[in-house]
Design a protein around this ligand. Structure first.
Ligand code: V47
Ligand code: SF4
Length: 392
């Protein structure tokens, strides 16, 4: 029982006090968050994070059917963790899709039951307010029910500044054009000590937060991420979580927090070793415990791999993102586990059930599309109890 941790004499008084708070649904503070990063064992964190996860969702585990479009991989910025972008002077090595190219990609999914398109890419002058407003309207005209989850404050800050319009005006234009929600990217680490070193030139942490706030004030929803495991310290991680928690107290507009593990291939920070499995699981768990006002914590399986995604479900995670094909290159180019990330709905359902959770297909706003709890596939009867997919 997690409540027993609060009385465990082998634990420090601080860890007992934190366990007591969490099991009573009380918020932990900044110092306690830092204490967890510095001192808590994986077992302790897993027990508490799982307690919070099950208090919020029971065994429900969410995924969706989506696809990604990256309009370009050429970018004005030179973030040192980015393996995907090409500088303008090397733009012939990259791609720059036109509006029609992007619509053609959307049309490829016409006969598929996808509910969401996730659009994000590099920053270039031709992709401006007009381009994106026209794009969102065209997607909506073609397939009105497809949820458009697109762009981050990195792009929005740039295009609004270029057109000399306020965040308020710009986000309203995007809303009217058909934008449904904002993904969580571009957050990296908010603290300027780190942000200036790894993502100098693009929107600041405060600007990232303000654009989400404006979007939430329009009654809309978004996600948040944290790129961790590079040059930041635990202090910077807690600072990041704290800023998200404060904004969420104000607006309630965030749906999901997605910790993104830094992958070190093919970028300017390749000399930095990647965080290990224990550190990744501790990070999921502390995120779950600290962000008491976020409904969902997502692990992004194309980046961390299927095994880690399954494992994360015992450390506070309740969402493993979507069934996507290989349309995203952001992670495969940075050394992600999945080089051609693609899983069918059936695969995802089995993955979730193998770790004894309930698979729920959701739409972007967490409406239930299909509850797969009682849908058992034929071959599942053969390997009940195993935790990896059988070799076929
Ligand atoms: O902002 C870039 C990250 C993000 C690397 O909202 C890297 O549902 C690790 O935000 N190692 C974009 N991470 C992707 C993103 C996202 C993904 C899935 C779901 C959602 C959602 C959002 O990818 C960037 C950056 O933080 N990133 N390079 C790298 N080498
Ligand atoms: Fe450009 Fe985004 Fe890569 Fe930074 S992370 S260089 S903004 S594509």
């Amino acid at each position: 029982m997690p409540t027993a941790i609060a009385q465990d004499p082998k634990l420090s008084p601080e860890l007992r006090r934190i366990a007591d708070k969490v099991t009573k649904d009380q918020r932990i503070d900044f110092e306690e968050g830092l204490y967890l990063f510095d001192h808590a064992s994986l077992g302790y964190l897993g027990t508490l994070a799982n307690y919070v996860r099950e208090r919020k969702h029971g065994d429900n585990t969410y995924f969706n059917r989506n696809f990604h479009i990256e309009p370009t991989n050429v970018c004005l910025y030179t973030c040192s963790f980015c393996s995907y972008s090409r500088l303008i002077k090397k733009r012939d090595e990259g791609w720059e899709y036109s509006l029609d190219d992007i619509l053609d990609i959307v049309k490829k999914y016409d006969d598929q039951p996808v509910t969401e398109v996730h659009i994000v890419g590099g920053v270039l002058p031709q992709y401006d307010v007009k381009f994106y407003a026209d794009l969102f309207s065209a997607i909506k005209a073609h397939r009105p029910e497809l949820h458009v989850k697109a762009l981050t404050p990195v792009e929005y800050h740039y295009i609004f500044k270029k057109d000399k319009i306020s965040y308020e005006h710009g986000m309203k234009l995007m809303l009217d054009a058909g934008l449904d929600s904002m993904p969580g990217g571009g957050a990296e680490i908010f603290h300027p000590e780190i942000r200036d070193q790894i993502a100098g030139g693009k929107c600041s942490g405060d600007q990232w937060l303000r654009i989400h706030e404006v979007w939430h004030e329009l009654g809309m929803r978004s996600n948040a991420t944290m790129l961790y495991g590079h040059i930041e310290s635990f202090f910077h991680r807690v600072d990041h979580l704290e800023q998200l928690r404060q904004l969420q107290d104000k607006t309630g507009g965030f749906q999901t927090f997605i910790p993104l593990k830094f992958r070190n291939q093919g970028n300017q920070m390749s000399h930095i070793a990647e965080s290990n499995t224990v550190e990744d699981l501790r990070n999921y768990a502390i995120s779950r415990i600290y962000l008491d006002n976020f409904d969902h914590i997502k692990s992004y399986w194309p980046m961390i791999g299927r095994d880690m995604a399954q494992l994360s479900l015992a450390y506070g995670v309740d969402d493993i993102d979507g069934t996507i094909d290989d349309t995203t290159k952001i992670y495969s180019m940075a050394g992600a586990e999945e080089q051609n990330p693609s899983l069918s709905t059936e695969d995802l359902v089995k993955m979730i059930r193998m770790v004894h959770r309930k698979p729920i297909e959701r739409d972007t706003l967490y409406g239930v599309v299909t509850d797969f709890t009682d849908v058992v596939f034929e071959d599942e009867k053969l390997y009940k109890g195993y935790v990896s997919l059988p070799v076929v």
